[in-house]
Design a protein around this ligand. Structure first.
Ligand SMILES: *Cc1c(COP(=O)(O)O)cnc(C)c1O
Length: 370
């Protein structure tokens, strides 16, 4: 073979490293000869509750229609979201996960002549979608692990077309307060699109984190993205959405795959959206699990980054990679975040009480023996 195909790929694509997901349970079981039932996975910020029973019933009801293409406009789901969120359906774009929304906005608006601004330690998909379109990523140093919005506003140039802001942010769990966000939005020029990624917003139970939807009227350059993957427990189905002015949604719709959200995902999302008890339970499990992990870290004399998400980044005070490996060997999957510039931290998704305890017990043993 003489052709170097990677050399033919777009320059931005050549420089990319693929997204590294949390290790699947089955893969770890194979690798270490463990029983899948003995493995605890707290690595991908998934909902530990299992899906809403209403989602399962809704999927069963639509299974016989599997031979048909899904509703490419997602009419019913958009209607339900529109009523719940107080926005018009024309402001909603459905995505194959909110990841799809991040990609659609970038592909529709950003080219090789542009810059895209985001924070250090921010979600790994921002550099991927930026480089994939050949744009220049402008990574702004974080303060206290969180976004420095003043510095991000200052990093905007005539070339900037898009800014990604995650609130709360993954993998740090840090959040932006109302006043900070308002000051930032007021400073961003109107031709620069602000993507406010609210993947964890349903977990926020305090009043210190603003709701991005409150700013859509005042700032037509704002896109708020949300997902059914986290608090709504549908990560495998891939369904998320963006909310923005119809003109931006129109541009995204032009590059969107015609049937990007499958019918099972649409049905399950619609059903879960109506299941208020499920969301309340997801929040309770998260709140209590977060307290359990924080108490466990305190007992182990470990520091952590306060989090408003369904995960927490713990500082091991030393290189986390060997600890991660040893946890794996004992059947506990968490997330190393060295690739996010956080080599001493591990990100742990909040699990069920027994899962959290198992993690804490194994962590304690690994730290003592290390
Ligand atoms: C998990 C996550 C998403 C989206 O996930 P999807 O499953 O594609 O909806 C988006 N942003 C952040 C910050 C996330 O952590």
């Amino acid at each position: 073979m003489t052709c170097d195909f990677l050399a033919l790929a777009q320059p931005g694509v050549q420089k990319l490293s693929p997204y590294v997901p949390g290790k699947p349970v089955e893969e770890l079981a194979r690798e270490f000869g463990l029983r899948p039932d003995d493995i605890v996975k707290l690595a991908s910020n998934e909902n530990p509750l299992g899906p809403s029973p209403m989602a399962i019933a809704a999927i069963q009801a639509v299974l016989p229609d599997m031979t048909r293409y899904p509703d490419g406009n997602g009419f019913a789901l958009k209607q339900a979201l529109s009523q719940r969120l107080g926005v018009t359906p024309t402001m909603i774009t459905l995505g194959n996960g909110s990841n799809d929304i991040l990609e659609l906005i970038t592909r529709a608006f950003v080219g090789p002549q542009h810059e895209v601004v985001f924070s250090e330690h921010a979600f790994a998909v921002y550099p991927i979608v930026t480089q994939a379109v050949g744009a220049q990523a402008v990574v702004v140093p974080a303060t206290n692990w969180g976004h420095d919005l003043d510095a991000m506003a200052a990093a905007i140039t005539a070339k900037t077309r898009l800014v990604f802001v995650a609130n709360p942010n993954n993998p740090t769990g840090t959040w932006i307060e109302k006043g900070e966000l308002e000051r930032f939005l007021a400073r961003v020029p109107e031709q620069v699109i602000v993507v406010l990624d609210e993947a964890y917003t349903e977990y926020v139970e305090t009043t210190d984190v603003p709701n991005g939807l409150d700013y859509l009227k005042q700032y037509p350059n704002l896109l708020v993205s949300r997902t059914f993957s986290k608090a709504y427990g549908l990560a495998a189905l891939r369904v998320g959405y963006g909310i923005c002015q119809p003109a931006i949604a129109d541009a995204m719709n032009r590059v969107r795959q015609p049937f990007n959200v499958n019918s099972l995902a649409q049905a399950a999302a619609l059903a879960t959206l109506e299941d208020d008890a499920y969301l309340a339970e997801s929040r309770r499990i998260n709140r209590e699990g977060m307290a359990q992990l924080e108490a466990g870290f305190t007992a182990l004399k470990l520091q952590w980054i306060p989090s408003r998400g369904n995960f927490i980044a713990v500082d091991l005070g030393r290189e986390a990679a060997p600890v991660f490996q040893e946890l794996l060997r004992q059947g506990v999957i968490v997330r190393p975040v060295a690739n996010y510039g956080m080599p001493d931290h591990l990100r742990v998704s909040i699990g069920l009480p027994a899962e959290n305890q198992r993690f804490l017990d194994v962590l304690k043993q690994v730290l003592l023996n290390g």
